[in-house]
Design a protein around this ligand. Structure first.
Ligand SMILES: Nc1ncnc2c1ncn2[C@@H]1O[C@H](COP(=O)(O)OP(=O)(O)OP(=O)(O)O)[C@@H](O)[C@H]1O
Ligand SMILES: [Mg+2]
Length: 242
């Protein structure tokens, strides 16, 4: 699959993803890493049906991404909360678009996912009353509450402080373990990629430079990052990126 965008200076088509050939299985947890501008967000946009490849084919849950919309939860890099809805209202909004969920179920589900990101107490707040990290957690709850077959998340934990990030990681792993949906998430944090993912895909200038199976069994110990194997893998990834 290839994606081209017009070059801003010449207008000529310029490849941003080049012959990317990738299969992600149900239940797989994939981290997408690579330098700024290498094509990570573009790849998520392709999966979500927002960007169409100029050559090749993409299937999500067995069909074209456009037709798989209700099976896809996509959390953008910049949170896109609706300013005229409260915290709770924003989480409910995601489910409204899917239209399968009753009012009571919607509220219960929204509150339970807000609890998981430690935002249960803040259900009535408006986006302008929340910090960046709080808004990001609401966006996480909104995406998880859809309970989609495929979860796409673009730098989902980037705005969280180290402590909150650790506990949100654990909550997310619990959400994932209970449903085993396919996850593709983008991160610039290699430790996070290795701690969470089954598989790490390193993009370099629009091509897959590395496709690594993370060799650590689950549940992973909290001190995993202090082991030699972990540090060797991390070093190998750093050498590739920089
Ligand atoms: N709609 C668009 N039109 C033209 N060029 C685009 C468009 N979207 C992305 N690009 C270009 O495609 C390349 C890849 O962008 P992309 O957003 O996928 O990078 P990224 O890996 O997500 O980077 P970052 O880590 O900074 O978020 C960049 O050169 C960018 O300028
Ligand atoms: Mg990006």
């Amino acid at each position: 699959m290839t994606v081209e965008f017009p070059d801003p200076n010449t207008g000529e088509p310029r490849p941003v993803l080049k012959d990317v050939d990738l299969k992600i299985d149900q239940g797989e947890f994939v981290a997408l890493i690579g330098r700024s501008g290498c094509g990570k967000t573009t790849l998520l946009n392709v999966f979500a049906g927002l960007v169409r490849p100029s050559a090749g084919e993409v299937l999500v849950a067995g069909t074209a991404p456009d037709e798989a919309r209700s099976e896809i939860g996509y959390m953008f890099a910049r949170d896109a909360l609706l300013p005229w809805r409260t915290c709770l209202g924003n989480v409910e909004y995601g489910m409204e678009l899917h239209r399968k969920v009753s009012r009571e179920e919607k509220k219960a589900r929204a509150l339970s996912y807000l609890e998981r990101v430690h935002m249960g107490h803040a259900a009535k707040l408006w986006p302008w009353q929340m910090s960046q990290g709080m808004r990001q957690r609401v966006a996480l709850a909104r995406t998880w509450a859809l309970e989609p077959q495929v979860l796409l998340m673009d730098e989902p934990f980037a705005a969280l402080d180290a402590q909150t990030r650790k506990s949100v990681h654990q909550e997310f792993l619990a959400v994932w373990e209970s449903s085993k949906k396919a996850v593709v998430f983008v991160t610039h944090d290699l430790t996070e990629a290795i701690e969470l993912a089954d598989r790490i895909i390193l993009l370099n200038d629009g091509t897959i430079a590395e496709d690594i199976t993370v060799p650590f069994a689950r549940p992973r110990p909290l001190e995993l990052s202090t082991t030699r194997e972990f540090q060797e893998l991390r070093r190998r990834l750093i050498e590739q990126i920089f």
